[in-house]
Write a protein that binds this ligand. Sequence first.
Ligand SMILES: NC(=O)c1ccc[n+]([C@@H]2O[C@H](COP(=O)([O-])OP(=O)(O)OC[C@H]3O[C@@H](n4cnc5c(N)ncnc54)[C@H](O)[C@@H]3O)[C@@H](O)[C@H]2O)c1
Length: 263
Amino acid sequence: MLLEGKVAIVTGAGSGIGAESARRFAAEGAAVVCADIRLARAEETAQAIVAAGGRATAVEVDVRRAADNEAMVNAAVQHFGGLHVAFFNAGTIRPGNAVKLSEDDWDVVMDTNVKSIFLGAKYAVPVIADSGGGAIINTASVSGLRGDPAGIVYGASKAAVINLTRCLATDHARQGIRVNCICPGAIETPPVQRMLADPAAAEATGRSHLLGRIGRPSEIAAAAVWLASDESSFITGEALVVDGGLTSRAALVNMGDPRPRKD
Ligand SMILES: NC(=O)c1ccc[n+]([C@@H]2O[C@H](COP(=O)([O-])OP(=O)(O)OC[C@H]3O[C@@H](n4cnc5c(N)ncnc54)[C@H](O)[C@@H]3O)[C@@H](O)[C@H]2O)c1
């Protein structure tokens, strides 16, 4: 039970990585505020936790809105008496290069992926500090480390998450708050299943990861639990890559033996 006695918030808890992480946090002993813009989906996650013997509540939150972030943190205090862990995971993606992407899509992605973490931290930090310290985990992406084709705003937003993580870690270490982010490779969640509907694309994407497949939400949830727990007590400001080796392999082909030939 890595999170016994802890209170946690998970945003994007209605689906994919967030839903799996909320369930895993609860299984490790945390009381969980399941936050999502789709309340019915957050409620499904909370109900599954309660049915399994855990503690959870669901809240409707648009992470782009300051008032919703404040209400989300208040829900943790009202229901469970404090806050120790915030997993700011909700995110969205819009395809497009600079010519094709609309200004509205740029704003939606930057607000959902980046501004949300600023607003979440604004309200969560004082409460986590008052609760005796804890951990913030943000979901970044390998797309914040490399240039994806036709993905300018998603890549820019996730690079921003990585350095926002370092800035938050710098500002709040003395309050007993560690701040880290996770950079997943391709993970089998509903949006990725839609993007990889073509079997050839799914096969090629799987092969691009050294382990020969895309990841499972549970494999990101395991990293999030670890970063939330005291097992990672000396780690802060870090971007943990969980990508099955996707970013480890260089694009160079095997070029053969470099030694001069004898003949
Ligand atoms: N799946 C992947 O391959 C992958 C890879 C790298 C990073 N990520 C990141 O992981 C996170 C979770 O993605 P996922 O793949 O589980 O997607 P998902 O669509 O399964 O889950 C995202 C959840 O966030 C919620 N959400 C979206 N906008 C919101 C808002 N404004 N306010 C509150 N909730 C909102 C959605 O309703 C949804 O339930 C995102 O930050 C995503 O960018 C995913």
